[in-house]
Design a protein around this ligand. Structure first.
Ligand code: ZN
Ligand code: ZN
Length: 83
């Protein structure tokens, strides 16, 4: 007899980026923890290091910086695609 589960086992999904075994990250990834993929683990490690090393780490400033970078990358990608 198996123990009754409180809920059916869900598809293994990364808790950060929602990738699954069937639909992994673009560059491919592996499970770093039960519900965390290697792509996201890499970023968390990097952010953790930043948090430990920076003089006065601000998540608001970091997020603004990242969003600016993403917007610029998206604009570059869009302009290169339209050509
Ligand atoms: Zn992930
Ligand atoms: Zn992934």
């Amino acid at each position: 007899m198996t123990k009754p589960r409180t809920k059916p086992p869900p598809v293994r999904t990364c808790r950060v980026c929602r990738c699954t075994d069937a639909q992994g990250c673009r560059a491919g990834c592996y499970w770093s923890a039960a519900d965390l993929c290697s792509t996201c683990h890499t970023v968390i490690d990097a952010v953790l290091e930043w948090y430990m090393l920076a003089r006065a780490p601000s998540f608001v400033s970091l997020r603004h910086e990242i969003e600016t970078e993403i917007a610029e990358s998206a604009a570059l990608l869009a302009s290169s695609r339209s050509r």
